[in-house]
Ligand binder design. Structure first.
Ligand SMILES: C[S@@+](CC[C@H](N)C(=O)[O-])C[C@H]1O[C@@H](n2cnc3c(N)ncnc32)[C@H](O)[C@@H]1O
Length: 250
């Protein structure tokens, strides 16, 4: 019997992956990798015998359905292999890691989970945006942009002490903004869109709820991007050098 290790790869750079995740990756016989995360940087470190399976999903393009990924993990582990499932960010933050754990458990396959640095927090950080900041925001609400805004998400948007972080939200931005407007969320609420966080292509677009759809279209925002809505997204909250220091580390 083999095993499955789900590991979080962090937002992109290999040195933002945990030491444990890296150790498990180097011990793998089979690596099932996502598109986002550090895999391309690490691929050459793997031993030649390691089987690499790319199941990366791009928006609108889902090459391997989740149930097939689950079956793949189980099948390779039941064949006696050490399988690493490398996921972007953290496996349990909008990453469907829980479903993969359940599939392994149902098949009697030993499974572990190693956390990762989630883009929900680390991508705003890369742009100098703290998702909480004393006296400004004391809570964070993480939203999947693919779904409709729940009453909880609308309440967060309406609460100036809560930061709303939207993942997978680029295509859904007009719909999300319309829902916020229908809920009478202030049009002046600051919004920051951070594209390709922690990479050389990182870019930040600052706007407001009122203008963000137009500003995002004008800037031709692309995936992957994290949308931060709330007072912490206001330009100049921290010293302007903060983002520059973060970006120069990549
Ligand atoms: C399927 S979700 C996975 C989230 C992941 N489990 C995590 O904890 O970061 C993918 C979304 O994460 C965000 N994302 C991940 N890496 C990113 C990066 N380097 N820059 C900007 N957004 C990123 C984007 O919103 C993207 O659409």
């Amino acid at each position: 019997m083999g095993r499955v290790d789900l590991i979080g790869g962090g937002p992109g750079p290999a040195d933002l992956m945990t030491v444990r995740a890296h150790r498990l990756l180097m011990a793998a016989d089979v690596v099932v990798a996502d598109r986002l995360g550090p895999f391309e940087e690490l691929r050459d470190e793997l031993a030649p015998h390691v089987e690499v399976i790319d199941v990366g999903k791009r928006p609108g393009d889902h090459p391997v359905p989740q149930h097939e990924i689950n079956a793949l993990l189980v099948e390779r582990a039941l064949s006696g292999f050490r399988v690493v499932r490398l996921k972007g960010g953290d496996p349990f933050v909008l990453g469907r890691g829980g479903e993969e754990v359940l599939a392994c458990e149902a098949a009697g396959v030993p499974v572990t989970v190693t956390p990762g640095v989630s883009s929900a927090i680390s991508v705003p950080q890369a742009a100098g945006i703290p998702v909480t900041h004393r006296g400004v925001a004391s809570a964070v609400h993480i939203v999947n942009g693919h779904g409709d805004l729940s009453s909880g998400a609308l309440a967060s948007l309406d609460d100036p002490t809560v930061t709303t972080v939207v993942l997978m939200g680029v295509a859904a931005l007009p719909r999300l903004v319309a829902a916020a407007a229908a809920h009478h969320v202030s049009g002046e609420t600051p919004v920051a869109i951070v594209e390709n966080g922690h990479t050389e292509r990182q870019r930040t677009i600052r706007s407001t709820i009122r203008d963000v759809v137009e500003d995002a279209a004008a800037a031709q925002v692309v995936n992957p991007a994290v949308i931060v809505i709330g007072e912490v997204a206001r330009a100049g909250l921290l010293l302007p050098t903060t983002a520059m220091i973060a970006e120069s580390m990549t």
